[in-house]
Write a protein that binds this ligand. Structure first.
Ligand code: B1M
Length: 210
């Protein structure tokens, strides 16, 4: 049995090979993938965030931790799959303009895909105009906006406003999320839904198009 704190620790030590070894060992011993994700990897990124805030970890190290986290997710992602019986909607998902954080957004995209939605993951630093162009191109009926910075949260409202101005608002449900985003904020900016994590985001998206 692998103690998930060891996975957290190897992530913090930026020891990616050891971290991947421990993830594989944990899977072999029957640890559920969602526990590895939440109690090993995401727990590690939370500590990375605290260290970054305190000046104990710098951007290059944070980036290395982020890359290691993504590699870890690659190993477990096929086991995080939900019911993928049929396509229940088309999603455009991206991180809003000015924001480069993509790990959480990619997890949300992955969970939505495995829940049977057609997902267009359009990257980071996406402007309102670009989102609209992509919605038109893909005929999406759900727009998912991610933001990790308090300074980029207002860009969510600007994107929703631009969607209304484009005449597409009535046919597209908007979901928002990311660490600083709350249900209250979602209500204030006129989003249709908020989800606190990747699993609930996939469930909410399916409900939105039912
Ligand atoms: Co940045 N960063 N960062 N960073 N970074 C935070 C967010 C911060 C909280 C760290 C801290 O100071 N404690 C802080 C924000 C403070 C604030 O605004 N209140 C911060 C800062 C300040 C910055 C910079 C300004 C630092 C600087 O340059 N001085 C800079 C900004 C760059 C920019 O975006 N313009 C910056 C840069 C970076 C890196 C590039 C180095 C790197 C990102 C690499 C990458 O993403 N490829 C990075 C990282 C890694 C972090 C932390 C440490 C980890 C984020 C992460 O990946 N978490 C982060 C601290 C933290 O969050 N604890 C921090 C793991 C991920 C699985 O969780 O993204 O929350 P999360 O996603 C969750 C949920 O939020 C939710 O589901 C996900 C999975 O369950 N979710 C959604 C996310 N999107 C959703 C959408 C939905 C629904 C749910 O519906 C649509």
């Amino acid at each position: 049995m692998v103690d998930l704190k060891e996975i957290t620790q190897t992530l913090l030590e930026l020891d990616e090979p050891k971290m991947l070894q421990l993830i594989n060992k944990a899977l072999e011993s029957g640890t559920p993938a969602d526990e590895i994700l939440n109690d090993g990897l995401i727990a590690g990124m939370d500590i990375v965030g605290q260290k970054m805030e305190n000046g104990d970890m710098f951007i290059p190290e944070v980036l290395m931790a982020a890359q290691a986290m993504s590699k870890g997710v690659e190993v477990i992602k096929h086991l995080l799959a939900d019911d993928a019986s049929s396509s229940k909607g088309t999603v455009v998902i991206g991180t809003v303009q000015g924001d480069l954080h993509d790990i959480g957004k990619n997890l949300v995209a992955m969970m939505m895909e495995s829940a049977g939605l057609t997902v267009h993951n359009v990257g980071v630093d996406v402007s309102p105009d670009k989102f609209i162009e992509l919605i038109k191109e893909t005929n999406a009926n759900i727009l998912c906006l991610s933001a990790l910075l308090t300074t980029t949260m207002p860009m969510m409202k600007q994107t929703i406003d631009a969607l209304s101005e484009s005449g597409l608002r009535a046919q597209v449900k908007v979901m928002v999320g990311g660490a600083p985003v709350t249900q209250e904020f979602a209500n204030v900016i006129g989003a249709d839904a908020f989800a606190p994590d990747a699993g609930s985001a996939a469930k909410r998206a399916k409900e939105l198009v039912h």
